[in-house]
Design a protein around this ligand. Structure first.
Ligand SMILES: [Zn+2]
Length: 230
């Protein structure tokens, strides 16, 4: 499975996807990935330009969010959201990747503390229903992490809109979490635009269940290693 070196390279490269899809400005946003079979994860350093990110300056942390002394890149401070990522890994062992952005449309829904309703088949596929809102939480302790875990545990959605803040997404791999961040922003944008033209038409819950089940199980088996490229 993915070694520390692989995760470092993977996480560094995936930050480029946040830029490519317009999900971040300046040095905001972060991706992390758990090192398989260990209680360690790799995350972006704080305040470093996206152009400067590399496998070498990713930061290795333990599941309390503490930098592993002497590890590569440990002269830098980790992302200010490290405690939230660590809390998710500590409490959701199935999660292998976490992403946070302030992407415009998703964050606009977060500013209203309004869940994004499921009115698109693509959203039913990816999120299995609405994208929920998590509690208001201040950065600096475990409260963001607690809010993410409390909202996403037992929920189909891999994305949560933290109130007055922005989206956090999870996945089995860092790439899955990045994909969820891209899809979350896409759903937020389309749904926002749709509502300008008139009332949204909900999809019946039974249909959402069918769409989600098909996409997650039937579709996934055709290309288990390739994710869900379509
Ligand atoms: Zn933030």
């Amino acid at each position: 499975m993915a070694s520390e070196d692989t995760v470092r390279a993977d996480v560094a490269k995936l930050h480029g996807e946040l830029v490519k899809y317009g999900l971040v400005v300046w040095t905001g946003g972060n991706v992390s990935g758990r090192v398989h079979g260990t209680d360690l994860f790799v995350i972006k350093p704080s305040g470093v330009d996206y152009d400067e990110l590399s496998a070498e300056n990713m930061i290795l942390c333990d599941l309390d969010g503490k930098v592993v002394p002497g590890s590569e890149g440990s002269y830098l401070s980790p992302s200010s959201d490290t405690a939230a990522h660590a809390y998710v890994y500590r409490n959701m062992p199935e999660v292998g990747g976490v992403v946070h952005t302030h992407s415009t449309y998703a964050t606009a829904w977060a500013a209203r503390a309004e869940p994004i309703p499921c009115t698109l088949t693509g959203m039913a596929d990816e999120f299995g229903g609405e994208i929920p809102v998590g509690p208001f939480a201040i950065i600096g302790d475990d409260s963001i992490g607690r809010g993410i875990v409390a909202t996403l545990t037992g929920h189909r959605s891999p994305a949560v809109l933290m109130q007055n803040h922005g989206p956090f997404t999870i996945g089995k791999t860092p790439r899955d979490a990045v994909k969820a961040a891209v899809m979350c922003e896409d759903a937020a944008r389309t749904t926002h635009i749709a509502r300008q033209g008139g009332p949204l038409v909900p999809i019946p819950p039974k249909i959402i269940d069918r769409l989600f089940d098909r996409y997650q199980h039937v579709y996934g088996q055709r290309a288990p290693e390739e994710g869900t490229a379509n």
